[in-house]
Design a protein around this ligand. Structure first.
Ligand code: AMP
Length: 400
C-alpha cells in the first residue's frame, strides 16, 4: 500500500508518499507561503528531477490539489493515479488526554481534535484544515491522525502534574503533555532493534535536538518523563524558545516593557532561545560558525544549550534504579544527528556518570551508529529520526 503523509503548518504543507511494501520514499515535497504572496511548491519524485511550481495558493485545499496533481504528473510524478493512495496519515500536534495512540479519523475524532485547539491554538487549526482538505479531495480514502503528544500519555502523574492548585488540572487540563512523541517513539523502536531487545524491555534517554528540542526518559519502551510541557515551550532552550525559566519573569517583563500577553508570548516563543542569547541566528550552524570566529555570545548560547541538555540527562538518570538499567542515550534531529561537537560536548560533561564518547566513531553526520567508547557505562546512539515513516507505519497498521 502507498501512504501519503501530511504535515500542515499555518502556511505550509509538507508531504511524503511512502511505498509500504518496502517502506521506501517515493516522493516528497513542501508547499510554502500558503495564503501569502509568493506561494511555492517544491516537489521531488525520487529518481526524477526536482520541480518547483510558483503561483498564488489561497488555502490548504488549493495547496493539496497541486500536491496531488504533482504526484500523478506524467513527467515528474510518482504514481499513475490517485487511486494508488491507500490511506493518508496526518501529523496532529495536540491530542490532549483524548489520544494515547493514533486513530482513524471520524467525526468523533474531529470533535476531540477541535476541543484540543485550546491547548495548541497555533498548531491544531492548520492540522484540522489539512484533514478537511484531504477529506474533500480524497473522500473515499481513510485518514489517520498521529499525535505528537500520544507517546507521552504513558507518563505517570508524578511527572505530568504541575505544582499548581490541582483544580487547574481538573478544570483546564493544565499538565505536562510533551511533544515530538513520534520521533521519540521512532528512535526508541530503532534503538531496541539495534540492541536486539523487544521494545518493552528497553530503557533510554532520548534527545531530540533540532530547531525545537526535547528529552524523554523512556522506561520499558514507554515515555516516563519528558522535557516539553503543556506547550512545546518548556524544557531546553531552543532556536527561538526560552525553555525553562522562572515563571515570574513573564509578569515582570510585561510590567517593565509594557507588553501584552500576546507580545510576551511572542517574545518567549519567537525571539528567545539561542537566537535571543546570541543575537546571531536561531540556526545552530550559524551560531557554531559565529562562535568559531570568536563571537562570545554565540559561544555562550551553545554552552547554555549543551549544559541544559546535560542537566536534563543527569536528572533523568535519577529516574532509573541504577545506571546498569539504562540501555542508551540517543541523539536525533538536525543537531543531534549532525553536530559532532554538540554530541561530544554533552557527553564529555557527563563523566561523573562514566559515560564516554568515542571521538572516532562520533566523527560523522547523519548515520545510525553507536558513538560511545567501549568502556562507557551507558551506550550512546545516533539515530536519524523519521517521523513520516512512523506516521505511515501507524496509518498502515490502522487501515490494514
Ligand atoms: P530540525 O529542527 O531537526 O530540522 O533541526 C534543525 C537544526 O539543526 C538547525 O538549528 C540546524 O542548524 C541544525 N543542524 C543541521 N545540520 C547541522 C550541522 N551539520 N551542524 C550543526 N547544526 C546542524
Amino acid at each position: 500500500m502507498k501512504i501519503l503523509v501530511i504535515n500542515c503548518g499555518s502556511s505550509s504543507l509538507k508531504y511524503q508518499l511512502i511505498n509500504m511494501e518496502n517502506e521506501e520514499l517515493m516522493a516528497k515535497g513542501l508547499v510554502e507561503r500558503i495564503g501569502i504572496e509568493g506561494s511555492r511548491v517544491k516537489h521531488e519524485t525520487i529518481g526524477k528531477e526536482k520541480k518547483v511550481i510558483e503561483g498564488k495558493l489561497n488555502d490548504h485545499g488549493e495547496a493539496l490539489k497541486i500536491v496531488l496533481d504533482s504526484l500523478v504528473d506524467e513527467e515528474y510524478g510518482a504514481i499513475a493515479s490517485l487511486d494508488e493512495i491507500g490511506a493518508v496519515g496526518h501529523r496532529v500536534v495536540h491530542g490532549g488526554e483524548d489520544f494515547a495512540e493514533s486513530v482513524i479519523i471520524d467525526d468523533k475524532v474531529m470533535d476531540a481534535i477541535n476541543r484540543n485547539i485550546d491547548l495548541a491554538p497555533l498548531h491544531n487549526p492548520p492540522n484540522i484544515i489539512g484533514i478537511e482538505a484531504c477529506k474533500k479531495i480524497l473522500p473515499n480514502v481513510k485518514q489517520v491522525a498521529v499525535f505528537d503528544t500520544a507517546f507521552h500519555q504513558t507518563m505517570p502523574a508524578l511527572n505530568y502534574i504541575y505544582a499548581l492548585p490541582y483544580e487547574e488540572y481538573e478544570n483546564h487540563k493544565i499538565r505536562r503533555y510533551g511533544f515530538h512523541g513520534t520521533s521519540h517513539k521512532y528512535i526508541t523502536d530503532r534503538a531496541a532493534s539495534m540492541l536486539g531487545k523487544s521494545v518493552d524491555e528497553v530503557n533510554l534517554i532520548t534527545c531530540h535536538l533540532g530547531n525545537g528540542s526535547s528529552i524523554t526518559a523512556v522506561k520499558g519502551g514507554k515515555s516516563y518523563d519528558t522535557s516539553m510541557g503543556l506547550t512545546p515551550l518548556e524544557g531546553l532552550p531552543m532556536g527561538t524558545r526560552t525553555g525553562n525559566m522562572d515563571p515570574a519573569i513573564v509578569g515582570f517583563i510585561m510590567d517593565k516593557d509594557g507588553l501584552s500577553i500576546e507580545e510576551v508570548n511572542n517574545l518567549i516563543n519567537k525571539q528567545s532561545g539561542v537566537l535571543g542569547i546570541s543575537g546571531v541566528s536561531s540556526d545552530f550552524r550559524d551560531i557554531e560558525e559565529a562562535a568559531e570566529k570568536g563571537n562570545e555570545r554565540a559561544q555562550l548560547a551553545l554552552d547554555i544549550f549543551e549544559n541544559s541538555v546535560r542537566k536534563f540527562i543527569g536528572s533523568y538518570l535519577t529516574e532509573f534504579d541504577s545506571l546498569d538499567e539504562v540501555d542508551g542515550i540517543v541523539f536525533t534531529a538536525g543537531l543531534g544527528e549532525n553536530s559532532k561537537s554538540t554530541r561530544a560536548n554533552i557527553i564529555n560533561g557527563l563523566s561523573a556518570f562514566g559515560v564516554k564518547i568515542d571521538d572516532e566513531a562520533n566523527d560523522m553526520r547523519g548515520e545510525e551508529k553507536i558513538v560511545s567508547a567501549e568502556d562507557s557505562t551507558i551506550r550512546v546512539f545516533v539515530i536519524p529520526t523519521n517521523e513520516e515513516l512512523m506516521i505511515a507505519r501507524d496509518t498502515l497498521e490502522l487501515v490494514k
